[in-house]
Design a protein around this ligand. Structure first.
Ligand SMILES: O=C(O)[C@H](O)[C@@H](O)[C@@H](O)[C@H](O)CO
Ligand SMILES: [Mg+2]
Length: 382
């Protein structure tokens, strides 16, 4: 079997789908994307085709190493996201060629179903109570929300109180009938992270995500010393070589690699196994589309330390398309009481409505996150 063609489709709301064709008619789909930099990742995907066209797509490990090491420079959000989508498509092809789901190729499932969670609120955490009520009616009991709006390096007690009051209201409304993670989204600088985490402790969130920016990961052990709340991070780390330093330093309780940013299934499997050795739980990051979610689920189902899966149904970013809009086997993605079952079809288990994708790609918006500024005019972390 040989790879003959790579085709990329940028589609609403902010995703990119990659189709890899072969000379035997087996087609694989991937989802290479960095939110807000789809065109850059698209260029990187097509630059990698020099290593792929004419090659056997089933030699996933060798193709992965060639893409990672062959061009001298390596790592980072753009290249590892391009590789991630290509890797996903190669696993899709291999599973389809052998007639089995990818998790069967990886040794089979360690669980019957995988727990998922839903986002509530938006960029500026509001309407969370209403959002939780709606999603609870749909069977979810675990949620995630932004913990704060923009926050200064050193901010006021008033700003802290506002963030804490929102969480107190949630606990007050639902008690311990729900669980929720709080995403600091990298908006909080190290000095304030310690303050805010301490104030949130009484409300026992399931985890605090990105309590500081990934480039400040050396604070994780110090923050972990000062709080009982589990620390989660990983969406802005891109290879096992980055994660190894964070695991070794300690402080991280939940690792959240993104299957469309951190080198794909091949790399995230290795990250998951490394995390297990450090007694760190796995909760793949996935605010993206159906192929990214499917790739996450295959890693979840074969990873003992997988505990929670993010999925983007109803997420505040999905303007213009929902997570299953480009999928024809929607029933396989059914979530019951917050749980999803292994995807039964060969490969990644996603049947893409290519016509719908082609139509949607004709006028895909160039999504970008908003640019926030502090009251003094300086740029704020979004
Ligand atoms: O936890 C999450 O889903 C992420 O923090 C998410 O909000 C961002 O990754 C966003 O997709 C960036 O454009
Ligand atoms: Mg996050």
């Amino acid at each position: 079997m040989k790879i003959t063609k790579l085709t990329t489709y940028r589609v609403p709301p902010r995703w990119m789908l990659l189709k890899i064709e072969t000379d035997e008619g087996v087609v694989g789909w991937g989802e290479p994307v960095i939110e807000g930099k789809a065109r850059t990742v698209e260029a990187a995907v097509h630059e990698y085709s020099q290593y792929l066209i004419g090659q056997d797509p089933r030699n996933i490990n060798d193709l992965w190493q060639v893409m990672y090491r062959g061009g001298f420079y390596r790592g980072g959000a753009i290249l590892m996201s391009a590789m991630a989508g290509i890797d996903q498509a190669l696993w899709d092809i291999k599973g389809k060629a052998l007639g089995v789901p990818v998790y069967e190729l990886l040794g089979g499932c360690v669980r019957d179903k995988m727990k998922t969670y839903s986002w509530v609120g938006g960029d500026r955490p509001s309407d969370v109570i209403e959002g939780i009520r709606t999603l609870r009616a749909a069977g979810f009991d675990t949620f995630k929300m932004n913990g704060t709006e923009e926050l200064g390096f050193i901010d006021s007690a008033k700003a802290i109180d506002a963030a804490v009051a929102r969480i107190a209201e949630i606990r007050g409304a639902f008690g311990n009938d729900i669980e929720f993670g709080i995403d600091f989204h990298g908006r909080v600088a190290a000095p304030m992270a310690k303050v805010l985490m301490k104030e949130l402790e009484p409300y026992r969130p399931l985890f605090i995500e990105e309590p500081v920016l990934a480039e400040q990961a050396e604070y994780y052990p110090r923050l972990a010393e000062s709080t009982s709340i589990p620390i989660a991070a990983g969406e802005r780390m891109y290879s096992r070589f980055e994660f190894k330093n964070v695991f070794h330093a300690g402080g991280l309780s939940i690792v959240q690699p993104d299957l469309s940013h951190a080198g794909g299934i091949t790399e995230c499997l290795k990250i998951a196994a490394m995390a297990e050795a450090y007694d760190i739980a796995l909760a793949p990051h996935c605010p993206l589309g159906p192929v990214a979610l499917a790739a996450c689920l295959h890693v979840d189902f074969v990873s003992y330390n997988a505990v929670l899966q993010e999925q983007s149904m109803g997420i505040h970013y999905n303007k213009g398309a929902e997570v299953l809009d480009y999928v024809t086997n929607k029933e396989d993605f059914r979530i019951e009481n917050g749980y999803i079952k292994p995807l039964p079809k060969p490969g990644l288990g996603v049947v893409i409505d290519e016509q719908r994708v082609i139509e949607a790609s004709r006028n895909a918006p160039d999504w970008a996150n908003p640019l926030w500024r502090h009251a003094d005019g300086s740029v704020a972390e979004w």
